[in-house]
Design a protein around this ligand. Structure first.
Ligand code: SF4
Length: 222
C-alpha cells in the first residue's frame, strides 16, 4: 500500500484501516486506533502510537497524556472540536515499545491521506517520531521545538510528547504550553506568514535556518 489518494473520505479511510494487516502490529492489536476529531478541525495533532488504554478503547489520547494535552490546548482556547488527533502508527506496539521503521513506513499512507483530507492550518507533532516523520532533520525535538515551520502550505509546530511532560515535570509542561500558545497565534493570524523556504520565529519574524540539517523544505511530506 503506497498511495491512498483515491480514498475520498475519512470514513472510507477509517474503514480501510480497521481491517489493515499492513504490518506485524496487526497481530497484537485489540483495536485499530484511527483518529478522533472532524474534518473541519484547524489543528491536527500527530502522536506516536496508541498505548494500552487507546488500544482497548479505539480512541487516541484517552490516557493521562491525552488529558494533559487537551487541557493545555483548552487553556489556549483551542477546543476539542477544532482538533483532529491521529498517530504515526494506528496499532499499538507490544509493551509500548517504539514503532519500528518498517511499521512506520507501512502506516504512512494513512497519515498522509488524513492530512490531505483534514487539510488543517496547523499540524502539531508530538515528540521525535512524528516530528522526524514529517521533517527531514537529524535534530532532536529539544532543538526543533519552539518555532513554527512553513510546511506544504500550512504550519508545522513540533513539541514534546505530553508523556515527556508527565515524566519531566513543570518545565516540559511549560515548554508545551508555550508551543501551544504559538499554535494559537498562528490560528489567529498574529504571526507574519513565512516565505516558502523559511521558518517563522516565535517573535513573528522570518528567519532562514542556518543549520543545514534543518533543511525542511526540499523533501516531500511523509
Ligand atoms: S499499524 Fe498501520 S500499517 Fe500496521 S496494521 Fe496497523 S493500520 Fe496497518
Amino acid at each position: 500500500m503506497t498511495d491512498l489518494g483515491h480514498v475520498k473520505t475519512l470514513e472510507e479511510l477509517e474503514a480501510l484501516a480497521s481491517s489493515c494487516t499492513g504490518c506485524v502490529l496487526s497481530e497484537s492489536r485489540t483495536t485499530v486506533v484511527f483518529a478522533s476529531g472532524t474534518q473541519q478541525a484547524r489543528v491536527m495533532v500527530v502522536g506516536e502510537g496508541p498505548g494500552q488504554q487507546e488500544d482497548e478503547q479505539g480512541v487516541p489520547f484517552v490516557g493521562r497524556s491525552g488529558q494533559l494535552l487537551m487541557s493545555l490546548l483548552s487553556e489556549a482556547g483551542i477546543e476539542r472540536d477544532d482538533v483532529y488527533i491521529a498517530n504515526v502508527v494506528k496499532c499499538r506496539p507490544p509493551r509500548n515499545r517504539d514503532p519500528r521503521q518498517d511499521e512506520i513506513d507501512a502506516c504512512k499512507p494513512y497519515l498522509r491521506r488524513q492530512i490531505e483530507l483534514v487539510d488543517p492550518r496547523v499540524v502539531v507533532t508530538l515528540g521525535n517520531f512524528s516530528s522526524k516523520l514529517l521533517m527531514p532533520t537529524t535534530l532532536g525535538i529539544t532543538r526543533i521545538r519552539g518555532q513554527a515551520y512553513e510546511w506544504w502550505g500550512r504550519h508545522l509546530v513540533p513539541t514534546f510528547h505530553p508523556a515527556a511532560a508527565l515524566r519531566g515535570g513543570e518545565s516540559v509542561t511549560n515548554d508545551i504550553r508555550s508551543d501551544v500558545a504559538l499554535v494559537r497565534s498562528l490560528l489567529d493570524g498574529r504571526l507574519a506568514s513565512s516565505t516558502e523556504d523559511a521558518a517563522v520565529g516565535r517573535d513573528g519574524g522570518v528567519e532562514n535556518p542556518e543549520d543545514e540539517q534543518l533543511d525542511l523544505f526540499g523533501a516531500t511530506p511523509l
